[in-house]
Design a protein. Structure first.
Length: 218
């Protein structure tokens, strides 16, 4: 007579049915033996279940590389507004920018297209710096260093708002929105984000204003 272990399902052969208990030779489980009884059905062994790994917290999507907060690339504009030159608009960015007459042999950062022979090819410097209030400040100077000595960069001078005196090498002027700079005989107006949102805005605003008086160069 054969029976099946109720615990592990191993097949057990019974030679003496008078024995009430048969110990499984595989797992040691004591199986009861009933004379004349039908062999017990094999125990249903649940399928092996792989251990479940602990749930991992959902992975956040990769963060984009974080850098400095990006601000506007154009912080202001120089708009040529002169009776004898075509209107042009040049962007201002943070840092030091040399302004002058357009030249292939001696290029500068902001090159103004003009036939003005009194404007130097490297005439003056406009510097844009972040301010403590969170905005930007604009400074104008007409200076170059020669063997450690400050000298005037331009030959014919740089004037602000038609003031009769040109900038000296030691001068650094704080510019405001709407100020006019005269280089040689050519005048340009500075516009900032205070009053203009784009180069087109700056150009349109300046175009609708009167020309500033021209300082006579002697």
């Amino acid at each position: 007579m054969d029976i099946t272990c109720r615990k592990c399902g191993a097949k057990l052969t019974i030679t003496n049915t008078a024995t009430p208990i048969v110990k499984c030779t595989n797992c040691g489980y004591p199986n009861p033996v009933m004379a004349g009884a039908q062999p017990s059905r094999p125990a249903q062994i649940p399928p092996a279940v792989s251990p479940v790994a602990p749930a991992m917290p959902s992975q956040a999507p990769p963060r984009q590389a974080m850098g400095k907060a990006s601000g506007p690339s154009e912080l202001g504009w120089l708009v040529v507004h002169d009776e004898n030159a075509e209107q042009q608009t040049h962007p201002l960015r943070i840092g030091r920018q040399v302004i002058g007459r357009k030249s292939v042999s001696r290029p500068c950062d902001i090159m103004i297209e003009t036939e003005d022979p009194f404007m130097g090819r490297n005439h003056c410097i406009l510097e844009v710096k972040p301010s403590r209030s969170g905005g930007y400040e604009f400074f104008l100077s007409d200076v170059k260093m020669t063997n450690g000595t400050p000298e005037q960069m331009s030959t014919n001078g740089t004037y602000v708002n038609a003031q009769p005196a040109a900038l000296r090498p030691k001068d650094m002027v704080y510019l405001k929105d709407g100020d006019t700079i005269q280089m040689g005989k050519t005048k340009v107006v500075i516009k900032t984000l205070i009053s203009a949102a784009s180069a087109q805005d700056a150009s349109r605003i300046v175009q609708d204003t009167d020309y500033s008086p021209t300082v006579i160069i002697r």
